[in-house]
Design a protein around this ligand. Structure first.
Ligand code: CTP
Ligand code: MG
Length: 211
């Protein structure tokens, strides 16, 4: 099975206050951690960076391309550079530097065994409510909810079809679900947080220092 990764690092980090993927994390950039984890489990890595960044500065990736205005557009830019020989494509957020190569292997395995897609999920421990204009409309059944992470693996042909409509969603699995794909959930990793705000950097750095 030929497996390629698309690591998306083309966001602006508006909630963080700047492009968080280029911050230092225990001596390497956040995106270096993400690319290295992807390399450890795949045959090739396409890195997607902001349009104003040089593609030359990324020797760890097999290809570097410019991203788009949305996460989904950035994934499509990366997917266009994945060789047509790839059987499985894994999409990963550069902003999740602590995902392990084992987690990549777990989602890849699930697709190699026949799923259209596989995502890491963590049981939700908070109670989750649907709210409109500050008023609770509904309390959801926590037992049926999981918080979903990346890396997310897909049969390459299914992911290409899911993106053909050029629509946007907050993850790739949602696009695959929308075309009727079967997406399975594997156990996620608690340490695999998505770096979102600046105060989380210290938290992630203390974890990274122990690796
Ligand atoms: N991303 C991307 N292209 C975009 C938007 C996001 O490649 N147009 C990437 C980010 O670089 C990140 C991942 O998608 O690795 C998840 O996105 P998010 O955490 O939302 O990062 P940002 O969009 O950069 O942050 P914010 O939403 O706060 O602006
Ligand atoms: Mg964003």
């Amino acid at each position: 099975v030929e497996v390629w990764a698309v690591v998306v690092a083309a966001g602006s980090g508006s909630r963080f206050g700047g492009p968080k993927q280029y911050e230092d994390l225990a001596g390497r950039r956040v995106l270096d951690w993400s690319v290295e984890a992807a390399r450890g489990a795949t045959d090739g890595v396409v890195l997607v960076v902001p349009a104003n960044r040089s593609a030359d500065a990324e020797p760890a990736a097999d290809a570097v391309v410019s991203g788009g205005d949305s996460r989904s557009a950035s994934v499509r830019a990366g997917l266009a550079r994945v060789p047509s020989s790839a059987d499985v494509v894994v999409v990963h957020d550069a902003a999740r530097p602590l995902a392990s190569p084992e987690l990549f292997r777990a989602v890849i395995d699930a697709v190699a065994h026949g799923a259209d897609g596989a995502v890491p999920g963590i049981a939700v421990t908070d109670t989750v409510k649907r709210v409109r204009d500050g008023v609770v409309e509904e309390t959801l059944d926590r037992a049926s909810l999981v918080a979903v992470q990346t890396p997310q693996a897909f049969a390459a042909s299914v992911l290409r079809r899911a993106h053909a409509a050029r629509s946007d969603a907050s993850d790739d699995a949602a696009l695959v679900e929308a075309i009727g794909g079967r997406v399975v959930v594997v156990p996620g990793e608690v340490a695999n947080v998505k770096l979102t705000t600046a105060d989380e950097l210290a938290l992630v750095a203390s974890q990274a220092a122990r690796r």
